[in-house]
Design a protein around this ligand. Sequence first.
Ligand SMILES: [Fe+2]
Ligand SMILES: [Fe+2]
Length: 333
Amino acid sequence: MAPIAIEPIIVASTPSSKIAPSITSKGTAMDAISDMVDEVNVYRGTHPSAPQPSDCDDDETWRTEGSRFDSEKDKTDFRRYEDALDHVKAFYKTQHEKQTVAFNIAARERFLHNHHASMTVWEAIEKLDTLVDESDPDTSLSQIQHLLQTAEAMRRDGKPDWMQLTGLIHDLGKLLCFFGADGQWDVVGDTFVVGCAPEGTVYPHTFANNPDSRDQRYNTKYGIYQPNCGLRNVMLSFGHDEYLYEIAKRESTLPQAALDMIRYHSFYPWHREGAYRHLCDAEDEKALENVLAFNPYDLYSKSDSPPDAKELRPYYEGLIEKYFGGKDRKIQW
Ligand SMILES: [Fe+2]
Ligand SMILES: [Fe+2]
């Protein structure tokens, strides 16, 4: 596939900013679904059965100290969850019916083995920021605001610079929306393991019409996998996590903990519900701690006041310089 030429990007810095219609309509819908998925996960994070980070005997305080920025926040906003429920149900019904083994093999070939664009990391952030939910501009945050809020909350809590950068870029995989994704269902939403019976997902009955649920190769507890084979050897449903993980692994020097945070941040069945432990090995225990250290910043920083992208850009370009080999270096997306 030929690379897409990316034009210089105008950041949608005000609600009245005009965006190309083809981007606006697709982005608005995806952004709205993404926000609603996150609202459900805020609720899920308050569920009494949600596992807590296990004790860790090393001295890596970024992992063990937990988040402080959200200590005063109300995490029990049930009304929003109920309001979002119908839309989220419809979204997950589609996702759960279409994310098959065959689709995932094809998606990896299509998105990971083809070149879609050349952009610096900051250009990619600005490109993603054109996905503004214009239907409610006064209350919805743009993508760049969510990325900066996630990173800034980590910065305020004294987390290391690589983790701040991970917060800044963690949703850049949503650029799939510009690279020919089939719909919202293969970009956003919680992920799960394909190739075996689903576990710990929301709306589990919506897998009934997934062809893999009737295929005995894929519908058992282990499916195509061996016991405790390690999550690196299983195929997670394709979306923005998996796509950005591959980009960050190839294009950056971010540590493994950062790659774990990126790859598994939407894998709520695993990191919130305790599912798929029979597929995990010792490496995954560390990865789980890494993802749990990241998760509060993604979920609970959204209510913070909007950050000033122009003011913050030089600081974060310094981090991009450090971990992506130059702030002006074109990344192959
Ligand atoms: Fe995400
Ligand atoms: Fe996010």
